[in-house]
Design a protein around this ligand. Structure first.
Ligand SMILES: [Zn+2]
Length: 281
């Protein structure tokens, strides 16, 4: 179950201190001199950051990202994956008739995803280890505090064809200063949308190979958790909590873990961050 932004704007539970600290981190991380997108030199006729609303051919985004961003003499800065088992604590997420709780399943999935990522050489930071419920901002802050990280939030949906899995990236963010009250920290994802789409398409491609009926490319949505994340960020949503037997979901975990790990490894050459803060790579 993914929280859309429209749900969240009606909630007034975010603390001012949390907002300010995230605002500071987001401002530091997305300042023009440090954003990877600023350093990207697009090929002629290619936008610097691919629009997530565009519909590239399958595999096309990944290929162009690699050739556009993976220039010679630069080392990929990607070595950390921030893994977010969504929900937890008082928020069970989606619930199935068989007593299946999304918050518990994603934690079990995370164990396998973590192992697969570590086998690919990534350091993994988890936003929660047990049945806690960190705020959206706390979870984003776990990624925003890193250099050279990608962010993956794990969900189990209550909809969709059981046995399939989808990747979401944030949709285009609305302009600053509109009347709906968006504030700058809430746009931390904006400079990373193109990279998020490239990463998401890679993971979705591996998921589609494993889970028939899954889409070929990542989809766009206004996912609350991704908005405030200043890193390439995706949501992976597995269908669904409606299965009669939990084993049907458990069986998907190795394939989901493998797809995320292979996607991150394939994306790694595309993501170049400056070796010195403030310097272009
Ligand atoms: Zn969810």
């Amino acid at each position: 179950m993914l929280w859309r932004v429209s749900n969240i704007l009606r909630m007034k539970s975010l603390s001012l201190i949390g907002l300010l600290s995230v605002a500071l981190m987001a401002a530091m991380l997305v300042s023009p001199s440090q954003t990877p997108s600023r350093a990207q030199q697009p090929a002629p006729g290619t936008p610097a950051t691919a629009s997530p609303t565009a519909s590239p051919t399958p595999g096309g985004a990944a290929g162009s990202a690699a050739s556009t961003f993976g220039t010679q003499g630069q080392q990929s800065g990607l070595n950390i994956v921030v893994l977010d088992p969504a929900h937890g604590g008082t928020d069970p997420g989606a619930r199935g008739t068989g007593g299946i709780r999304e918050s518990e399943i994603v934690l079990d999935f995370a164990v396998q995803v973590r192992r697969a990522l570590e086998l690919q050489g990534f350091q993994v930071v988890q936003t929660r280890q047990g049945n806690e419920n960190p705020s959206f901002d706390d979870r984003s802050a776990s990624a925003n505090a890193q250099r050279g990280a990608v962010f993956v939030t794990l969900h189990i949906s209550s909809t969709g064809l059981p046995g399939t899995a989808r990747v979401y990236v944030n949709s285009d963010l609305p302009a600053v200063g509109n009347s709906s009250g968006f504030i700058p920290w809430d746009r931390a994802q904006a400079p990373f949308l193109g990279l998020s789409k490239a990463f998401g398409d890679l993971v979705q491609g591996f998921l589609a190979q494993r889970f028939k009926g899954s889409p070929d490319t990542a989809q766009s949505a206004s996912v609350r958790q991704l908005r405030t994340t200043a890193a390439p960020a995706i949501a992976v949503e597995v269908s669904s909590v409606t299965v009669e037997d939990r084993a049907n979901l458990d069986r998907m975990a190795p394939g989901v873990a493998d797809a995320i790990a292979r996607g991150a490894a394939a994306f790694k050459p595309s993501y170049v961050v400056p070796s010195t803060p403030g310097a272009l790579p």
